[in-house]
Design a protein around this ligand. Structure first.
Ligand SMILES: [Zn+2]
Length: 148
């Protein structure tokens, strides 16, 4: 998984391998992450996992050491804020193994949007573009990401 080729989106020289024999430049990878996190409807459509309904019913509560009860979601967010980007990248792959596909997409998107580290961006792209998350039609990204 090395080498370079034209970026799938902007056609500038690119070195981030995307599963399927494509390449992405760092700028387009970061733009993909940012748009996914922002809930951009066009880009989100390519990752149907993002459209999954959240579990119905009330959010479970967890007890903190100081006796407070907080929603599990808030506690998870606080824990994730303490992780570094390599750990967040691994977490996205773990979410895939756990079947938490929506979380996996958002975690990988967060890595792409936030870190300029090429190795981590490459791993995040591998999560997004490998089964079961891989978009059915990655070529649609070209129009969606190209600056208008
Ligand atoms: Zn590009």
């Amino acid at each position: 998984m090395s080498g370079t080729g034209p970026c799938h989106v902007c056609e500038r020289p690119a070195s981030l391998p995307v599963p399927g024999g494509l390449f992405s430049c760092a700028g387009c990878a970061a733009r993909l992450g940012t748009l996914l996190l922002a809930g951009d409807p066009g880009v989100s459509r390519l990752w149907p996992a993002l459209l999954e309904e959240e579990e119905p019913g009330p959010e479970p509560l967890v007890h903190l050491k100081d006796g407070r009860k907080v929603p599990l979601r808030d506690r998870t967010a606080a824990l994730k804020a303490e992780l570094d980007w390599p750990a967040r990248t691994r977490l996205s792959a773990v979410y895939v193994e756990m079947g938490l596909l929506r979380e996996a997409v958002l975690e990988a998107a967060g890595v792409l949007g936030a870190t300029p580290d090429e190795a981590l961006s490459g791993q995040a792209l591998a999560v997004l573009f490998s089964p079961p998350l891989a978009p059915a039609d990655p070529s649609a990204l070209r129009d969606l990401l190209r600056p208008h």
